[in-house]
Ligand binder design. Structure first.
Ligand code: SF4
Length: 87
């Protein structure tokens, strides 16, 4: 669904309708009216760099950074384990 037909810049954008925007992870923001929705979407979701200032987007970026670090640590741990088995 794409009510506003904007060029969505936020990588976490999922869908919009007249008074809502939904983001990855079942997050949904409700706005009191069209003007509020339009203002927010233009400042954040559909802004080339504005989306990086959105608290929800920043939280999701930190989540993925944390997951990447955990995955890297697990891969290193597995490599050490495999290496130790080979000795
Ligand atoms: S900018 Fe924020 S509110 Fe908009 S889609 Fe991204 S995470 Fe959701």
């Amino acid at each position: 669904m794409d009510y506003w037909h904007k060029k969505w810049r936020c990588p976490f954008f999922v869908w919009d309708d007249r008074e809502h925007v939904a983001c990855e992870g079942k997050c949904r923001i409700s706005f009191p009216d069209d003007a509020s929705a339009k203002e927010f979407m233009e400042e954040f979701c559909a802004s080339e760099h504005g989306w990086e200032k959105c608290a929800i987007a920043r939280n999701k970026l930190r989540f993925y950074e944390r997951k990447d670090k955990e995955e890297t640590a697990n891969v290193k741990e597995k490599a050490v384990w495999i290496s130790a088995r080979g000795k």
